[in-house]
Design a binder for this molecule. Structure first.
Ligand code: PLP
Length: 468
């Protein structure tokens, strides 16, 4: 077939796919009217840190799919691990029976998790992992003779998933209003957005003082609601939504003390931050704290098969280990044999290629490349850690004035997302908090690729400013 004929065939396929998508596919978190009007980018292939659309155009995957493909695309070894497992035992549940890959993976994750966190409850994704931790916390306190402890505290603008329990923990009102009343018991405290400290009347010139202030808001909420009613605090090591808020030094140590003082469980939601995104396998290690539970998903398989889970401390597990106590909770596909087999092979790749060390070593270079963008009038802040950065866009750098709703709509939805994609960079322009561009590329990239990202961003952000 000639190149022209090949192209014609592809175009025909694409048109047909677009028509089918328009008629039948309900997208996630997407305006269906946009799909129906403009169609949708259709991604057909991935290799390393690149993806290709159905027209054959190549893009830099600056978001690892959705904070997922940490080991990069196109790993035959992971596909083969999946095929081998499917051939041998395609499916068996973890309901009263077990299978080797789930057992091996639980053992390996327990070895990687800090201190006492030794018990692994598998799910199929992150929202279910958060839901599991929420239910576990409530059940745990009932078993401990404190049945009123059921409330959960999390931070404003934080995203913790969409099941109705997880949604009660998610701190983004605009994503919840249409589903009210959702599970009761969710309470919000300020996040660690140091750039916006002044707006929260928090210390804005001393990061550690700001961290103490932010941690103390958690204690204030526990005391206000009554320690006897609070079950757990859910925090991401680096909060994604709002644009990558790292914890100030000492923040998590203080939160740990507060939780211990009031008998409240600390859950580290590492659905994004685990598996090298920040550096270590579990990000709590990077910031020196030991939670009571860790929720994980995404990077555990680098996305080659769906999997999530909750790692639980011996202390929380202990009352469940006795007599006829059963945790009445589970998912048919939780800890699926194919997914757990893929996760084991994925962890092998991480070890053999030293991906976690690579992130630790390269992170300052990635930051430095992005910091260059600070010379642009539209770039207010660059923040993050590991291979996980957010760039906050502002209307006025001096006053830190942000965009109004209309400008944000025109800038993010109307221009930036599309322009970045057209310029060959798939990443995320997000306005769940103030407008930010988020980057979380595969962990395989290095300095040359950091520069490439910076150059694409520079071009598009410069144009965005002229359009404003
Ligand atoms: N928790 C955090 C911190 C997340 O970032 C996400 C998803 O991005 C979730 C939970 C929900 O995970 P999932 O989409 O796999 O249900």
């Amino acid at each position: 077939m000639s190149i022209a004929a090949d192209h014609a065939t592809r175009t025909h396929d694409v048109a047909e796919l677009q028509a089918k998508a328009r008629d039948h596919l309900w997208m996630h978190f997407t305006r269906q009217s946009t799909l129906e009007r403009d169609g949708v980018p259709i991604i057909v292939r991935g290799e390393g840190h690149h993806i290709w659309d159905a027209d054959g155009k190549r893009y830099f995957d600056g978001l690892a799919g959705l904070f997922v493909v940490n080991a990069g695309h196109g790993r035959r070894r992971l596909a083969e691990a999946a095929a081998r497992q499917a051939e041998q035992l395609a499916f068996f549940p973890l309901w009263s029976y077990a299978h080797p890959s789930a057992i091996e993976l639980a053992d390996r994750l327990a070895a990687r998790a800090p201190g006492e966190l030794n018990r692994v409850f598998f799910t199929t994704g992150g929202g279910e992992a958060v839901e599991t931790a929420f239910k576990l916390a409530k059940h745990y306190w009932k078993l401990r003779g404190k049945p009123a402890k059921h409330k959960v505290i999390s931070r404003s603008v934080a995203y913790h998933g969409t099941p109705q329990g997880a949604l009660a923990i998610t701190g983004i009102p605009s994503m919840k209003a249409m589903f009210e009343p959702i599970t009761p018991g969710g309470f919000r405290v300020p996040n660690t957005n140091f750039y916006r400290a002044a707006e929260m009347s928090a210390p804005g010139d001393d990061l550690e003082a700001f961290g103490r202030w932010a941690a103390d808001r958690i204690e204030e909420m526990i005391e206000f609601e009554g320690p006897d009613t609070v079950a757990a605090v859910f925090l991401e090591p680096v909060q994604n939504s709002g644009g990558c808020f790292p914890p100030p030094p000492g923040y998590f140590q203080r939160v740990r003390e507060i939780c211990d003082r009031h008998d409240v469980l600390l859950v580290s939601d590492e659905v994004i931050c685990a598996f090298g995104r920040i550096g270590p396998t579990f990000a709590c290690e990077a910031y020196g704290y030991e939670p009571d539970m860790i929720t994980f998903a995404k990077g555990v398989t680098s996305g080659y098969s769906p999997l999530g889970g909750t790692v639980v401390s011996e202390r929380v597990y202990e009352p469940f280990s006795k007599g006829d106590t059963t945790f009445y909770h589970g998912y048919t596909f939780g800890g699926h044999p194919v997914s757990t087999a893929v996760a084991l092979a994925n962890l092998d790749i991480f070890e053999e290629e030293g991906l976690n060390d690579r992130v630790r070593e390269n992170s300052p270079l990635f930051r430095a490349a992005l910091e260059k963008l600070r010379d642009l009038p539209i770039v207010g802040d660059v923040r993050g850690d590991g291979y996980f950065f957010g760039i906050e866009l502002v209307k006025d750098k001096t006053t830190r004035e942000t965009f109004n709703e209309d400008e944000s709509e025109r800038l993010l939805r109307g221009f930036l997302s599309k322009a970045l994609f057209e310029a060959g960079l798939y990443c995320r322009a997000d306005d769940r908090g103030d407008p930010v561009i988020q980057l979380a590329p595969p962990l395989t990239i290095g300095p040359a690729e950091f520069d490439e990202i910076e150059q694409i961003l520079r071009g598009v952000l410069t144009e965005a400013w002229t359009r404003l």
